[in-house]
Design a protein around this ligand. Structure first.
Ligand SMILES: Cc1cc2nc3c(=O)[nH]c(=O)nc-3n(C[C@H](O)[C@H](O)[C@H](O)COP(=O)(O)O)c2cc1C
Length: 214
């Protein structure tokens, strides 16, 4: 029987990385996506670059890493717009309390938060934070709002946290995040997945219409 093509081959995935210690695990996620044939573009917040260097993701993806909203635009188009036109799906891992709060509030003060508002794509969010932060009502309200708006959450898991405590807040493991991307692409291909943050009446734009980065 002919082997089925890996769903990740040739797929264009935007990976957002924010400022938490779990950012090192995202390197494994990106490495797996690339090895399985996906094209990956990484957007890092300034805080994220304190945990993992852009060079790590640049080397894994063999692409420039986006860190600065004010870096020279490619072909007269700002990075957040060209990424929005390029990608098919987005994964934010780890997602800090700060990023989740900004997205829930519609704030856009850096390249990643601006890109998240500019894209019309299905989005997976993989939170990671201290248990007390995760349990704060304001964080839970933000998560509930984003779930209602169609953002897919994976994790966090319970376990030992980098701060030495045990509880809920660990980012899901790389294999689980890769599986979440596969599921999302399967659903998107089957027309069962709306871009995050859109009204339910909206029709998903055909992925085939999406082009290359400007
Ligand atoms: C050592 C260290 C670890 C941190 N880990 C987390 C974390 O896991 N989750 C989180 O929400 N914030 C964490 N923070 C706080 C964020 O880095 C901080 O809120 C930052 O403003 C987030 O910026 P960003 O969302 O733009 O990446 C940590 C801070 C430090 C110094």
């Amino acid at each position: 029987m002919a082997k089925q093509k890996d769903i990740l081959v040739g797929r264009k995935i935007i990976v957002g990385v924010t400022g938490g210690i779990a950012a090192y695990k995202t390197a494994m996620v990106v490495s797996t996506l690339v090895q399985r044939g996906a094209e990956v573009r990484v957007v890092m917040t300034e805080s994220a670059t304190r945990f993992v260097t852009p060079l790590t993701f640049q080397t894994l993806t063999r692409q420039m890493v986006y860190t600065d909203m004010w870096q020279p635009a490619e072909k007269f188009q700002s990075a957040h717009i060209s990424l929005a036109d390029w990608g098919e799906a987005c994964l934010v891992a780890p997602a800090t309390a700060n990023l989740i709060g900004k997205l829930a509030g519609g704030l856009a003060d850096d390249l990643l938060s601006t890109t998240l508002l500019a894209i019309d794509l299905p989005v997976i969010i993989a939170p990671a934070m201290n248990t007390r932060m995760w349990n704060k009502l304001v964080v839970q309200n933000n998560v509930a709002l984003l779930v209602d708006l169609g953002y897919r959450f994976v994790g966090p898991e319970a376990g030992r946290l980098a701060c030495g405590t045990v509880g809920e807040g660990r980012m899901s493991e790389p294999e689980e995040l890769v599986a979440a991307v596969e599921n999302l692409l399967e659903d998107a291909d089957a027309g069962k997945c709306l871009p995050a943050g859109r009204a339910p009446s909206d029709k998903p734009p055909p992925l085939s219409k999406r082009g290359r980065l400007a």
